[in-house]
Each structure stands twice: as structure tokens, then as C-alpha cells.
Ligand binder design. Structure first.
Ligand SMILES: [Zn+2]
Length: 208
């Protein structure tokens, strides 16, 4: 097991916990490690991870190294890595503000913030399925090809990144955005950007 990768998962897990993105024993984080995946164990709290809470699995979900049972959402992570060669880390959490949108079955798809349009396009909503089920993998993974971040209806959110830090920063950005959108509801509603302005932002995306 790669020590540095394990260390990074523990460090970013603690940050995710400290930021209140992963309340209690919920959520799971992983990183690609060569032909295998390092993932948090079932029942571990992301904010309080220890060395033994990280398990190495292969792409069939079997444990390669570690004494604990891998997260029950392992196949969701595996599918993200399978579909996207550029994804090196996956974070699944029930962060309160994004999960509020997921619980209301509302995608974050209105063009309000240039930064969100530039980074994600939009944050779509995958249809509900039982946590840990094959159906959940099927319904959520239909978005993996085109999106780095997806809301999971009545459940939470999943984010993929080019590194653990990248996945974490995307989560932080999206969670802050969800909080802003909730605030706009109290102020009187967000101003929606025009199609023309959205096109200009999309043209910047092609340059990256
Ligand atoms: Zn979950």
C-alpha cells in the first residue's frame, strides 16, 4: 500500500471532517493506486481516520491489503475510476448543503455563478436508489462520463478529481456554492445569467 497516498487520504479525511462535510460515520473516500484502489473501510468516520481504516481493493472489489471491510459504496468508486482514466480520487459525502439539494431532488443547474459553470457546467441529480446497491451504481454512474460532481437524490454527493486535493477542492467549492444558493432564496432569488453570458463562460472552458 502506498504510504503517501494513505497519508493523504487520512489528512484530507480529517479536513473533510473538520469542515463538517462528512458528519459522523458517513461518506467514504478513495484514491487510485496503480491497478488498485485505496478506500476507507465500512463504518469509519472520515474525520477520524487511522491507518487501519484504509483498505486496498482491486477493481473487482476484493481486498488486496488491510484487515477491515471496505466501504459498502466501493462499486460506486470503482465505476468512476473505470469510466474516467483522468480520475485519481473519489469523495462521497453527505455534506449538509449539497445534501439539502439532493434531499429536495433539485439539481444545481441554474446558471448563477461563472466559477461553477466554468468548473462543473452544472451539478446534476442522479435518481434515488438504496445506498450500497447495484442500482445506485447504475443510476449515478450514467453521469460519470460528463460530470465531475453529481448529487445523489435523497442521499448525498459524489466528486471525482485528478488528485485527492483536487477532489477535495471541488467538494469545498460546490458545498460553498450550495450554501450561497440557499442564501439567495432568503434574499429574493438569484439573478440568472443570460444564455449569451453562459456561452462566453463555456468558451473559456475549451481553452483549459
Ligand atoms: Zn452515502
Amino acid at each position: 500500500m502506498t504510504k503517501n497516498l494513505k497519508h493523504d487520504l487520512i489528512e484530507y479525511g480529517r479536513l473533510i471532517g473538520a469542515k463538517d462535510f462528512s458528519p459522523g460515520i458517513s461518506g467514504n473516500i478513495s484514491a487510485r493506486s496503480g491497478d488498485n484502489i485505496l478506500i476507507t473501510s465500512s463504518g469509519s468516520a472520515n474525520g477520524y481516520l487511522e491507518d487501519e481504516d484504509i483498505v486496498e481493493i482491486d477493481f473487482c472489489g476484493y481486498v488486496v491489503e488491510g484487515s477491515k471491510k471496505p466501504s459498502s459504496e466501493k462499486f460506486l468508486h470503482i465505476e468512476f475510476y473505470k469510466q474516467r482514466a483522468d480520475i485519481q480520487s473519489v469523495i462521497h459525502v453527505h455534506s449538509p448543503y449539497l445534501t439539502a439539494f439532493a434531499a429536495c431532488a433539485k439539481p444545481l443547474d441554474e446558471p448563477v455563478s461563472p466559477e461553477i459553470i466554468y468548473c462543473f457546467g452544472k451539478i446534476p441529480l442522479a435518481e434515488y436508489a438504496l445506498p450500497g446497491s447495484d442500482e445506485l451504481v447504475k443510476k449515478t454512474s450514467t453521469f460519470f462520463k460528463d460530470y465531475d460532481i453529481i448529487l445523489m437524490e435523497n442521499h448525498g454527493v459524489i466528486v471525482g478529481g485528478s488528485s485527492i486535493k483536487d477532489a477535495y477542492l471541488k467538494l469545498e467549492l460546490a458545498e460553498g456554492y450550495a450554501k450561497t444558493i440557499i442564501c439567495t432564496k432568503f434574499i429574493g432569488g438569484a439573478k440568472i445569467l443570460s444564455e449569451q453570458e453562459v456561452e462566453k463562460i463555456y468558451s473559456l472552458r475549451t481553452l483549459r
